[in-house]
Design a protein around this ligand. Structure first.
Ligand code: LER
Ligand code: MN
Length: 281
C-alpha cells in the first residue's frame, strides 16, 4: 500500500475544496516528498495546458509516482459533468475526460477518478440519465484500455450526488457498464456516511476484484486522526484483501493545505511504514 495526497496542477487557478499542498508545482512536490508521500494524485482542469515532460521530470526528481489523475476540478472549477443538462457541455466534459486519460497514460498514473464529474441524474430531463452515464463511461473505458489506464468510479454521499451513493450501487453500475477497465474508488469520508460497514464494503469491492483506489479523509473531512474513523481497522481490512494501491488524502485543506497533508501522511504511517523503513525480519 502506498500513500499520496491530492494536489492541483498549475492550470488550476481556483483553489479546490479538497486539494492539499501550497505553492508552485515544484514546491508542492518537494513538500509531498518531504512529508513521506509515495505519490501525488494530480488534479488538473485544462490538461492541454500542462507541461507534461516537465511534470514527469519533476515527479522523478522527487521520487514520486503519479498516484491518480482526479476529475473533480472539471466539475467544481469548470462546471463540466458527464450528465450536464446541456448536451454541448456534456460533450465537452467527455472530451476533457479523454485528455485526463491521455495525461494519466503520459505520467504513468494507473487510474482516472470519476466522482462529482459524473453529475446528477436529476439534470437529465428525459429520464435517460443512467443510460447516458453508462454509455459515456463505456466510451471512456474503451479509450482508456489501450492506454493502460483504468477508470475508478467513486461512490459519493447523498448530499453530493444522486447516483452511486454506496459501494453496492457502484458494483451494480460496473455490471451494467461491463468493461474490465472500470472499477471503484472508496472515499472513506463518503463511506463513513453511507456504508453500513466500511471494512465489509472494502471486502466486498475487493472480492469483486474492483478496488482500485482509496481516498483518505476523516469523518469530518479533516486529515486522518482529527475525526473518528478507525483508520487502523481500515488499513487492516485493506491488508487482509491484499490491496496494494494508493491511499490518497483528499480532504479539507485545514488548518492549512500543508499541515493537513503532513498530518495525513504522519498519521497513516503509524499503520503502514514505508517499504524502505519496514521492520527487519
Ligand atoms: C468530492 O466529495 C470527492 O470526494 C471527489 O473525489 C469527487 O469529485
Ligand atoms: Mn473523493
Amino acid at each position: 500500500m502506498k500513500l499520496a495526497v491530492v494536489a492541483t496542477t498549475p492550470d488550476v487557478h481556483k483553489p479546490s475544496p479538497v486539494a492539499l499542498l501550497s505553492g508552485s508545482l515544484e514546491e508542492k512536490l518537494r513538500k509531498a516528498a518531504e512529508f513521506g508521500c509515495d505519490g501525488v494524485e494530480l488534479m488538473p482542469i485544462e490538461p492541454a495546458k500542462i507541461d507534461v515532460a516537465g511534470l514527469r521530470k519533476m515527479l522523478g526528481q522527487h521520487g514520486l509516482e503519479a498516484a491518480a489523475i482526479a476529475s473533480g476540478a472539471l466539475a467544481d472549477g469548470a462546471g463540466l459533468t458527464l450528465l450536464a443538462a446541456d448536451h454541448a457541455v456534456a460533450e465537452q466534459a467527455q472530451e476533457r475526460l479523454w485528455l485526463l486519460i491521455e495525461l494519466a497514460a503520459a505520467v504513468g498514473a494507473p487510474v482516472v477518478t470519476i466522482g462529482g464529474f459524473r453529475g446528477r441524474l436529476a439534470a437529465v430531463a428525459d429520464g435517460h440519465g443512467r443510460d447516458r452515464l453508462i454509455q459515456a463511461l463505456q466510451a471512456a473505458a474503451a479509450y482508456a484500455a489501450p492506454r493502460h489506464v483504468r477508470l475508478a468510479i467513486e461512490p459519493l454521499n447523498r448530499y453530493e450526488s444522486d447516483n452511486v451513493i454506496t459501494c453496492e450501487e457502484g458494483l451494480e453500475l460496473l455490471d451494467e457498464i461491463g468493461h474490465a477497465h472500470v472499477g471503484l474508488l472508496i472515499d472513506l469520508f463518503h463511506a463513513n456516511i453511507e456504508e453500513p460497514s466500511i471494512t465489509e464494503s472494502i471486502a466486498q469491492v475487493a472480492a469483486a476484484g474492483r478496488l482500485w483506489h482509496v481516498h483518505l479523509g476523516d469523518s469530518n473531512r479533516l486529515a486522518p486522526g482529527w475525526g473518528h474513523i478507525d483508520f487502523g481497522a481500515v488499513v487492516a481490512a485493506l491488508r487482509d484483501v491484499g490491496y496494494t494501491g494508493y491511499l490518497s488524502g483528499e480532504l479539507l485543506p485545514q488548518p492549512t493545505p500543508d499541515a493537513a497533508a503532513r498530518q495525513t501522511i504522519h498519521f497513516m504511517r503509524q499503520f503502514m511504514p514505508p517499504a524502505n523503513k519496514a521492520r527487519s525480519p
